[in-house]
Write a protein of this length. Sequence first.
Length: 293
Amino acid sequence: MEERLRLWRETKTTAKQVQLDAHPTKSARTALQVKAVVNIPSTMVPKKFAADKSSEQVKALTKKVSDLTATTQQQQSRILDLEARLHTVTDTMVPKDDMDAIVSENLRLQQELEEQNALLSECQEALEATEQHVPMDGTMGELSRKVAEQDCLIRQLEDKILVLSFPSDCSTDRPNTKPSRKRSYEELQSAFDEVVEENERLHKRIAVLEPLTQMPTGVRGADVEKTELDLDHLQRQATAAINQFKMIQSANEIMYFQMSQNKARYESELRELHEDSPLPDSPTKAPARFPGL
């Protein structure tokens, strides 16, 4: 820069001298000097351009250094942030054994959940099939009515047995006692056989509902995922059907016990009839063991 100022000052001084010497009365030597002086600035132009170019390079380098400094600061701040995150992850890191145990427990719970959902689906299908093919309310009502009819019929038979067990003491009725007893015995035997057959038919129909007694009533737990199936209403219906089935089963057990007692009375009455007057052997149908008892 100082070199440029010095050259500029020398050029300015030389130009002033040329202006003073440039007069029409001067000699040819003066003209040559003026020509030489005028050519001096042309030799200074490359140096000026070189100085400008070096200044631009310095500015570019300064800008580049500033950019690199800013980039370095950003990278340092990012490194500090990553180190802080690394410390946080290291502090909160779960041991491998604990992580494996957690993963195993999650897999086990997921498997149990899938099994319970499959069981719920099976229960839903079973309830839908039962409601479709075996109407709960109508079937149970019909069975209850028939059981009541059978109970009434058994009571009537018991009343007849009591009447036959204590015949009248009037001597006038003695001659007709044996035929009437035989006829009554045949009627009672026929009625007894009908009762046994009817009960067998009822038990065959009740056997359709027997699988419901094996259905778990507490399938849905607190840890089971809630599904879109409305099983509460279906489960209540199934529970009511199971209770009715158990009640009918208990009534049939009582009926079977009563019929066993009646059979013993019939056989006792038959022995008495044989003692009074031998009767032809009549086949006695033994009560079958009912399914479900």
